[in-house]
Design a protein around this ligand. Structure first.
Ligand code: PEP
Ligand code: MN
Length: 343
C-alpha cells in the first residue's frame, strides 16, 4: 500500500500516519518527492492493508493498494504455468502450457439415449472430456432442473462406454458430495463463483475444479474465487471465461477474450473459454471459438446437442455434432499456428 499525502500535509500529519502504520506492526517508508508531495510506502503486510484506518486521517489524499490480496493463484507465487492433467481412458487431457483442451457435450443430461448419441459423436471428433449438467442452476424455477443423481449415473455410463472423462456441475453442498464421486472435473458455475462456502468445500476435494467466471465478476474477483479453492488445498484449478453482462443485445453475453492474456499475466492457472454461454447463439459459437484459440485460451468448452431444437436447456446455443467436428479441426489448426497442441 502507498499512502499519498496531500501537497500541503504538515510534518506532524505525516508523522501521525507513520505512527499509525507502525502501531499495527507494519513498517512505514516516507518518500519525499521534489514536487513537495510525500508518499508513504507500507511494507511488512501479509495480504492487503486495510486502507480504512488511514484514509480518514488528516493530510491523507488517498491510499493506493500495490499488492493483490490473492497469493496462491498469482504468478509471483509460482512463475511457471500450472498444467492440469486429467487422465481418461482415451489418453491424458492437459490444460495449460502448450496444451489446449476440448470439453464438449450438452448443456444438460436429458436421457441416456441423448447423452450417448452426443458422446459418440464428440468422441469421434477427438474430444476426450464430456460435459453435461445433472444439476442445472436455471433462472426460472419452472425450467428443467436436471436429472440429478440419475443424470450422474448416465455420465458414469458415458465414461464406461466411450472412455470420455466427465465434467459436471455441483450447485450446492449435497450435489458436490455426489458430483465429487462421479466427475473427473467438478464444475462450479457462474452463479456460484462467489458462493464462498461452496468454494471452500470444493477446494478440499482432490478432484480438479473448473471455475466459471461470474457474469459481473472482474478479473480480480475471479482470481480471488480461485484463491478460495487454493487456500483450502486445491491445486488443479481451471478458470473459464463464459461471457459477461453488457449493454449488447445481439448476443446473450459479451465474451471477454481480453481476460485470457489478463489471467496469463497475473496467474499461473490455465484459462479456457466457453463460447456457448459467451454468445448464446449457435452461429456465433464457431467464430468465437476460433478467436479464443487465437487469443491463447488453454481450452474450449462447447455445448453440443444432437437435436438442439428440442433440447431441454440452451438449445439455441448448442451446435450440432457436425459443426463441432469442424470447430475441433479449426481450433486445432489455430493452436498449431501458436505452437500448441489441441488434445
Ligand atoms: C453451464 O455450463 O451449463 C452453465 C450453466 O454455465 P454458466 O454457469 O457459465 O452459466
Ligand atoms: Mn448451458
Amino acid at each position: 500500500m502507498l499512502v499519498v499525502m496531500e501537497k500541503n500535509a504538515t510534518a506532524e500529519q505525516i508523522r501521525a500516519v507513520c505512527d499509525r502504520i507502525e502501531s499495527v506492526g507494519l513498517t512505514s517508508h516516507p518518500i519525499p518527492s521534489p514536487a513537495g508531495r510525500v508518499a508513504i510506502g507500507v511494507t511488512g503486510n501479509n495480504g492487503t492493508v486495510d486502507a480504512g484506518a488511514l484514509e480518514g486521517m488528516p493530510g491523507v489524499a488517498e491510499c493506493v493498494p500495490v499488492s493483490k490480496a490473492y497469493k496462491l493463484v498469482s504468478r509471483d507465487h509460482q512463475a511457471e504455468s500450472t498444467v492440469v492433467r486429467i487422465p481418461t481412458a482415451l489418453g491424458e487431457v492437459r490444460f495449460g502450457g502448450s496444451a489446449v483442451a476440448m470439453i464438449a457435450g450438452p448443456c444438460a443430461i436429458e436421457s441416456r439415449a441423448q447423452a450417448f448419441a452426443i458422446a459418440e459423436r464428440v468422441a469421434a471428433s477427438g474430444a476426450r472430456l464430456f460435459r453435461g449438467g445433472a444439476y442445472k442452476p436455471r433462472t426460472s424455477p419452472y425450467s428443467f432442473q436436471g436429472l440429478g443423481e440419475s443424470g450422474l449415473k448416465i455420465l458414469c455410463e458415458v465414461r464406461e462406454q466411450f472412455g470420455l472423462g466427465i465434467v459436471t456441475e455441483a450447485v450446492d453442498k449435497e450435489s458436490l458430495d455426489l458430483v465429487e464421486r462421479t466427475a473427473d472435473v467438478i464444475q462450479i458455475g457462474a452463479r456460484n463463483m462467489q458462493n464462498f462456502s461452496l468454494l471452500k468445500q470444493a477446494g478440499r476435494s482432490t478432484t480438479p475444479i473448473l471455475l466459471k467466471r461470474g457474469f459481473s465478476a472482474t478479473l480480480d474477483e475471479l482470481l480471488m474465487a480461485a484463491e478460495y479453492l487454493m487456500s483450502e488445498g486445491a491445486r488443479e484449478v481451471i478458470l473459464c471465461e463464459r461471457g459477461v453482462r453488457t449493454f449488447n443485445d445481439h448476443t446473450r453475453n459479451t465474451l471477454d477474450l481480453s481476460i485470457i492474456p489478463g489471467v496469463h499475466r497475473r496467474s499461473h492457472l490455465p484459462i479456457i473459454v466457453d463460447p456457448s454461454h459467451g454468445t448464446g447463439r449457435r452461429w456465433q459459437v464457431l467464430p468465437l471459438a476460433r478467436a479464443a484459440a487465437a487469443a491463447g485460451a488453454d481450452g474450449l468448452m462447447v455445448e453440443v446437442h444432437n437435436d438442439p431444437f428440442t433440447a431441454l436447456s440452451d438449445g439455441m446455443q448448442s451446435i450440432l455434432p457436425d459443426e463441432f467436428a469442424q470447430l475441433a479441426v479449426e481450433a486445432g489448426q489455430i493452436a498449431t499456428v501458436l505452437g500448441r497442441t489441441l488434445n
